[in-house]
Design a protein around this ligand. Structure first.
Ligand code: ZN
Length: 250
């Protein structure tokens, strides 16, 4: 099975389409949440995500933008964008977002999907020490997560103290890939990176493909029309910072 894993699209249609154009053949899509929030195309991106027939977990922005949670944890810019998004979304898409399941969701015995972390859907796994603690506790070999917008993998073999794999791309230009072999007796905590608002100093859209039979995870970075996504944010009257950070990739 070839699994296309997308996370944190954040209503960025240009980035989503670039990822789908660049993606190799796949059998199924797993979507790790934050479909909307920040970007200017919440309806278009929700529609496209639904058409992909994904297995989903909900993100904190999906909850806030659909009115399922309040905005107390949001900074003013994120809060403004969430209210703008709530206003724009059609009733049908609002209902879809409200009904998204809380992680962990387990599509098969050996993997689980979460937005933040297996122990709290809103937790940011930023520190490698936290990643290793979580890896020591999980019972499935593979956990895919999002929320931090950083493309990275932490892994724990039975006998070691944990390692981190970060794709080592030659540059931040063009389409590039990095492959990680999935080994037995090892647990993995894998973040595909953010499709629509990367925060790892690489402005390109991020996703991954997991080929379960070959035992390979391939990380992707693909360029997209950042200028167009920015222009839409400006003309929507969304905070300028949301546009500027796209070209910075942070
Ligand atoms: Zn997010």
């Amino acid at each position: 099975m070839r699994l296309l894993i997308l996370s944190d699209i954040h209503a960025n249609l240009e980035a989503l389409e670039a990822c789908l154009d660049a993606a190799p053949e796949y059998d199924q899509v797993y979507n790790l949440g934050d479909i909307v929030g920040y970007g200017a195309n919440p309806n278009e991106v929700t529609k496209r995500s639904r058409e992909l027939g994904s297995i989903f977990v909900r993100g904190n922005h999906d909850k806030a933008c659909s009115g399922l949670s309040d905005l107390s944890d949001f900074n003013p810019i994120a809060g403004f964008a969430a209210l703008w998004t709530r206003e724009k979304l059609t009733d049908d898409h609002l209902q879809f977002l409200r009904a998204l399941p809380e992680g962990p969701v387990s599509p098969s015995d050996n993997l689980q999907l979460v937005h933040g972390s297996p122990r709290d859907e809103d937790e940011y796994i930023l520190m490698t020490s936290d990643a290793y603690t979580i890896l020591a506790d999980v019972t499935v070999p593979l956990t895919f997560f999002g929320h931090t917008h950083v493309q990275r993998c932490s892994l724990l073999e039975k006998t070691d103290e944990g390692k981190t794999f970060a794709p080592n791309y030659k540059s931040t230009k063009g389409k590039q890939t990095a492959t990680l072999e999935v080994r037995p007796h090892t647990k993995y905590l894998v973040n595909p990176g953010s499709v629509g608002q990367p925060r790892d100093n690489d402005p390109r859209a991020a996703f991954l493909l997991y080929d379960t039979e070959a035992g390979l995870i391939t990380f992707y970075r693909v360029p997209y029309d950042i200028a167009l996504a920015q222009e839409k944010i400006f003309s929507a009257g969304l905070p300028e910072r949301l546009a500027i950070r796209l070209e910075e990739g942070r």
